[in-house]
Design a protein around this ligand. Structure first.
Ligand code: RB5
Length: 147
């Protein structure tokens, strides 16, 4: 699985943590920046991951800013992207099992490193249930982006 990751300055340190977790899980990780914790605008980095997930270049993505809110706004603009801001393990599990999220969004100023680590592990170890009712509901959302 190819996973792309990006952050802004607020999420920079947590991005480094997430990269190591993904490597430990045995997945390929592509770091789309930034390369320092100098102040940047989160849309400039969020769009790199979201566009790549949308066009199939990456299987999944991780986006990290201060709260996770700005990165969520950006990512969910893109067709076929279902980006989920998760603040606990239950949300991470449901984001995959029911919502088939393909981008995990984290708030570095909201989560400690231990909780972020658990959330990342749960998210990338939980498959989509693929139940008809969930597919039906998600397709309704994905259709909204086409109009
Ligand atoms: C940056 O200060 C902060 O606004 C950003 O990281 C994020 O929290 C936006 O949603």
């Amino acid at each position: 699985m190819k996973i792309a990751i990006a952050s802004d300055h607020a999420g920079f340190d947590m991005k480094l943590l997430a990269i190591n977790i993904i490597k430990d899980l045995g997945f390929e990780i592509i770091d789309l920046g930034p390369t320092t914790n100098n102040s940047v605008d989160y849309p400039d980095y969020g769009k790199l991951v979201a566009k790549g997930v949308s066009n199939g270049a990456y299987d999944k993505g991780i986006l990290i800013c201060g709260t996770g809110l700005g990165m969520s706004y950006v990512a969910n603009k893109y067709e076929s992207v279902l980006a989920a801001l998760c603040t606990n393990e239950f949300m991470a599990k449901m984001a995959r099992a029911h919502n088939n999220a393909n981008i995990l969004v984290l708030g570095a100023r909201v989560l400690g490193d231990d909780l972020a680590t658990s959330i990342i592990n749960v998210f990338f170890n939980t498959p989509f249930s693929n139940e008809e009712r969930h597919n039906r509901r998600l397709n309704k959302i994905l259709d909204l982006k086409k109009n």
